[in-house]
Ligand binder design. Sequence first.
Ligand SMILES: O=c1ccn([C@H]2C[C@H](O)[C@@H](COP(=O)(O)OP(=O)(O)OP(=O)(O)O)O2)c(=O)[nH]1
Ligand SMILES: [Mg+2]
Length: 147
Amino acid sequence: MHYVQIHKLPGHDDVKLPEKMSAGASGYDLYAAVEEPVVLQPGERKLIPTGFALAMPEGLEAQVRPRSGLALKHGITCLNTPGTIDADYRGEVKVLLINLGQEPFAIARNERIAQMVFQEVPQIRIEQVETLSETVRGAGGFGHTGK
Ligand SMILES: O=c1ccn([C@H]2C[C@H](O)[C@@H](COP(=O)(O)OP(=O)(O)OP(=O)(O)O)O2)c(=O)[nH]1
Ligand SMILES: [Mg+2]
């Protein structure tokens, strides 16, 4: 079990905190903390506030991911998906949405705009070396095994 602290930012008492919509959900849905409805024109991107900040232990991260329903129905997605919330970040969690659809899309306060998935981050030490181990694949990539 990992313990994550969440802090509601001032002026957002009415905004819902991240919420799992089913017991087995991976993601906590994120609610928009916009003061007034925000409209994303086709092709436009905007940073949407959520009204909360987090403190999680080192070794965890949170990923901000799109909601597939918004993507399918409206072309709304996260431009930088998956967004990375670092364990040491104490600022407001924000969601960078982009409208890849054909119609303007309005976001009202307390609408669910994305989801947040917590992940363990392995502790890594990177070591510089002169040669790398050989593999069958070698340097082949980017489709070299065929279509
Ligand atoms: O979708 C996102 C992505 C990032 N962040 C916040 C939390 C994260 O810890 C911080 C930095 O994000 P990132 O490392 O992706 O951005 P950067 O461009 O590398 O900025 P920095 O130099 O601040 O790390 O911004 C969000 O609130 N939402
Ligand atoms: Mg960074």
